[in-house]
Design a protein around this ligand. Structure first.
Ligand SMILES: *Cc1c(COP(=O)(O)O)cnc(C)c1O
Length: 383
């Protein structure tokens, strides 16, 4: 059987399940453990400001102050998404025929980076082994990912080494710190990307903080202004309602919840291991990569002729349908990681006990086995 994952259809199915659950059981029944829980904590006063032309002016000053506090730099630029910022930055600074070099603790990088490289006609190369890292003469941009989509965190030594190499050749350094701006800092006490010597960094305002999906970029006034021009030309900026949500999220952000989960995750992992499972640890929880999910299933029922990304997406969909637990594969954008990652620092982790969590994880593996045996995969993913 050769089936390929339809990313648009599976996402629509994931949304349908969530919507039905909310209609039937209320919003509180949803347990979002993606670490991208979002948040939009605006007040009636904010809304009345939004209804005037003065609102954006008020919000711009606030986001500058809070954003610089969070990310460093001289100026920040609020964006519709982190992806928007990455694309705009590459359009602004990378010329056709040059090369983008990306260092990250574990491949792959976020798909927006190679896609934008292709858009401008640049070559793109990724390194995850620091000994191999090289910058050739044709390089126009060095990208560093502070924390990967699977929450693998770069070491400060590697971070500084890559910046030193780039600066020796006077090359612009951009940091994709989507979740790193909080994870790297809260858990490992690392400095901001800008303080480590990067020229620019971007973070996702919904990752490990209670803000709306959006991006916030920081750097020098000169660089940010150049990117801002592109952002405005292509319509990639955050609109005022998004900016208010970011302000509220930055105002209430505290690293405490992340640090607490960092200490509790060992207990979760121990419990899973007692059940015979092999989770990988993340800074604030645990994860099963797609190959491991397939491996667990094959140990139980023998060889399965289905690609691992599909099995992982089935797992995510069943966890959602049966336990109301949201993980990324069922609802993520096309190309998003198919790792089942549980973020115990998510606010919704308060809605279940550790043992309930373990029970859901174990039972869902059994359900995936049944679905594979009964050939129900397409039904689970799309209907
Ligand atoms: C999430 C993420 C992005 C993109 O964020 P969007 O909100 O989807 O635009 C980019 N890079 C990394 C490392 C991420 O984790």
């Amino acid at each position: 059987m050769s089936i390929e994952l339809n990313e648009i259809k599976k996402r629509e199915k994931g949304y349908k399940v969530i919507n039905n659950t909310i209609q039937n059981e209320g919003i509180n029944s949803i347990i979002d453990l993606t670490g991208l829980a979002g948040g939009f904590d605006v007040t009636p006063e904010d809304i009345s400001l939004l209804e005037t032309y003065a609102g954006p002016a008020v919000f711009d000053e606030k986001i500058q102050q809070l954003g610089i506090e969070h990310l460093g730099g001289e100026k920040v630029l609020p964006l519709n998404r982190t992806t928007s910022g990455i694309v705009a930055m590459i359009i602004t600074f990378v010329k056709k025929g040059t090369q983008i070099v990306h260092y990250l603790p574990e491949k792959p990088g976020h798909p927006s980076i190679p896609r934008a490289a292709k858009l401008v006609g640049a070559d793109y190369v990724e390194y995850s082994n620091i000994d191999d890292f090289t910058i050739n003469d044709n390089t126009s941009l060095v990208v560093i990912t502070g924390t990967t989509m699977d929450h693998e965190v770069i070491s400060v030594e590697d971070f500084e080494y890559v910046i030193k190499k780039a600066k020796e050749q006077d090359i612009l350094v951009f940091v994709d710190d989507a979740s790193g701006a909080r994870l790297r800092r809260a858990v490992y006490n690392q400095p901001t990307a800008i303080d480590l010597g990067a020229d620019l960094s971007v973070t996702s305002t919904d990752k490990l903080m209670e803000g709306p999906r959006g991006g916030l970029m920081a750097g020098s006034t000169e660089l940010i202004d150049a990117i801002k021009l592109t952002v405005n030309q292509y319509g990639l900026e955050a609109q005022a309602p998004l900016v208010v949500g970011m302000i509220k999220a930055l105002e209430k952000y505290s690293p405490d919840r992340i640090r607490e989960a960092y200490h509790q995750k060992d207990q979760l992992i121990e419990k899973l291991e007692k059940e015979g499972l092999n989770p990988l640890e993340t800074p604030t929880g645990f994860m099963f990569k797609e190959d491991e999910i397939k491996h667990v299933v094959e140990e139980k029922i023998g060889d399965v002729d289905v690609p691992a990304d599909i099995i992982a997406t089935v797992y995510s969909m069943l966890l959602l349908e049966n336990y109301n637990i949201i993980t990324i594969p069922a609802v993520g954008m096309p190309g998003a990681s198919k790792t089942i990652r549980i973020d115990w620092s998510a606010k919704d982790s308060e809605k279940l006990t550790m043992d309930e969590m373990i029970n859901a994880i174990v039972n869902t593996f059994d359900m995936v086995c049944d679905v594979c045996k009964n050939n129900n995969i397409e039904q689970v993913l799309y209907d």
